[in-house]
Design a protein around this ligand. Structure first.
Ligand code: SAM
Length: 266
């Protein structure tokens, strides 16, 4: 993409997690995996200087871009307001009410996310999974490891359990620091999250599952018996084949779901 002259004046801000993509091959690979369609409603989080926006906006019906940094708005409007479906929102993606952006068809969410807010943002977006067709995010590689993790690994925890309960999760692409300007200190990766049909998700059970895994992983080195003391009894764990003397990281998604199903809300 050819950037307008105003771009060169923008100094990347650390506090906004600004690492701008500048590798056209990587940008092309990400956009191909998103595969925007003419009828799509896409929400882009953190368009920055428009590296991804430029390759998507002409290929979908509507693109809502949510950008917190006021200094990027002029550039974004100058570059993309020519597209009828482009809507720019100067707001915090963590505080956005995504339901208010819903136009009647499933939303596709994309973004090279600011790494400092990526985990809370993904957890917040899970609340809207019934509206979402899919999500494609560039993240710190370690966060993608956690999203895709399996039991009995260090990466297995609250994020992976909730993600895999709600979505099909797929690691798409590993990205080296040189693809960004400035280059981050960490490796990055792109992940695809596809929410399961909303009919399959029991929201009451989801609430219990969220609380259960939060408490069970509160102190990873402690046993389940200790972390869940006063809420889940040994008998309730044993009834679903869980040894109360083991640690949370050894329990599979299926067992977490079965356990949360059988206990009272705290
Ligand atoms: N999409 C651009 C790219 O790939 O080059 C920029 C990605 S940069 C990693 C993250 C972007 O998110 C920045 O433009 C930053 O200003 C914006 N941002 C940071 N915190 C945000 C927040 N809470 N809500 C919305 N945007 C935010």
């Amino acid at each position: 993409m050819k950037h307008p002259p105003a771009l060169s004046k923008h100094k990347a801000r650390k506090r906004f997690g600004q690492n701008f993509l500048h590798d056209s091959h990587i940008i092309g690979s990400i956009v191909r995996s998103i595969n925007p369609q003419p009828s799509d409603h896409i929400i882009e989080i953190g368009p920055g200087q428009g590296a991804l926006t430029a390759e998507i906006v002409g290929h979908c019906e509507r693109l809502d871009a949510i950008e917190l940094d006021r200094d990027l708005l002029t550039l974004l409007l100058a570059s993309f307001s020519i597209h009828k479906g482009f809507h720019l929102h100067n707001q915090d993606a963590l505080k956005t009410d995504y339901r208010s952006l819903y136009c009647g068809r499933p939303i596709r969410v994309v973004g090279n996310l600011p790494y400092n807010i990526s985990t809370p943002l993904i957890l917040a977006l899970f609340e809207y999974s019934d509206l979402i067709q899919d999500m494609h995010f560039m993240l710190q590689s370690e966060v993608v490891d956690r999203l895709c993790a399996s039991p009995n690994t260090k990466a297995w925890g609250r994020l992976g359990i909730l993600a895999q309960y709600l979505c099909r999760v797929e690691r798409i692409l590993d990205v080296a620091p040189e693809a960004f300007d400035p280059a981050p200190k960490v490796q990055s990766a792109v992940v695809r999250l596809v929410p399961k049909p909303s009919a399959d998700i029991d929201r009451i059970q989801l609430g219990k599952l969220q609380k259960l895994v939060k408490q069970a992983f509160a102190q990873r080195r402690k046993t389940l018996r200790n972390n869940l003391k006063g809420w889940v009894s040994d008998a309730e764990m044993e009834a679903v084949g869980i040894d109360p003397g083991c640690r949370a990281e050894s329990i599979s998604l299926q067992k977490w779901v079965t356990l949360s199903d059988g206990i009272e809300s705290q």
